[in-house]
Design a protein around this ligand. Structure first.
Ligand code: FEO
Length: 166
């Protein structure tokens, strides 16, 4: 059975992953409204991955005979600026998530909760990938700027992202 402290912290992270999904759905709708269907598609797939992150934590809590306590999901901002700003905000958000995952990992160690520590390793690794992927998009957007043909080429490439199967 999982400790109350660890359970509460994991429930907060479930909420944060759901907020991430909410944020990326809003960003995707924003990109779509700007005419960038490819960036919108990429963000919608990202939202699906965030929901999967929440479900994975939920299943872990249930396996540990913990109580899943779902809270209210905060509303995302309504405006994000241009596409470069959207992905700069995405990178900032992912850096914040990495900080939260690291804090959870540290908590699992102080709680001597080895099962949580092992489960959280997956999230530590995932955050390296998340930051690398989004960081690369930010670099590319900054290099080509948000005017001209380059951004439309990048938009069409972003539109080819497929959902992860595992
Ligand atoms: Fe669930 Fe994008 O981290």
């Amino acid at each position: 059975m999982i400790s109350r402290t660890m359970q509460d912290a994991l429930n907060l992270q479930i909420n944060m992953e759901q907020y991430s999904a909410q944020l990326y759905l809003a960003m995707g709708a924003h990109c779509d409204a700007l005419g960038f269907k490819g960036f919108a598609h990429w963000l919608r797939i990202q939202a699906g991955e965030e929901t999967a992150h929440a479900l994975k934590l939920m299943d872990f809590l249930l396996d540990r005979r913990g109580k899943v306590e779902l809270g209210k999901i905060a509303a995302p901002p309504q405006s994000f600026g241009g596409v470069i700003q959207v992905f700069e905000q995405t990178l900032l958000h992912e850096e914040g998530i990495t900080h939260k995952i690291n804090s959870l990992f540290a908590l699992s160690r102080t709680e001597l909760d080895y099962a949580s520590e092992i489960a959280l390793q997956w999230y530590v690794t995932e955050q390296v990938e998340e930051e690398a992927n989004v960081g690369q998009i930010v670099d590319q957007l900054r290099a080509i700027g948000d005017q001209g043909g380059g951004i439309w080429y990048l938009d069409s490439r972003m539109g080819k992202r497929t959902a992860r199967t595992a």
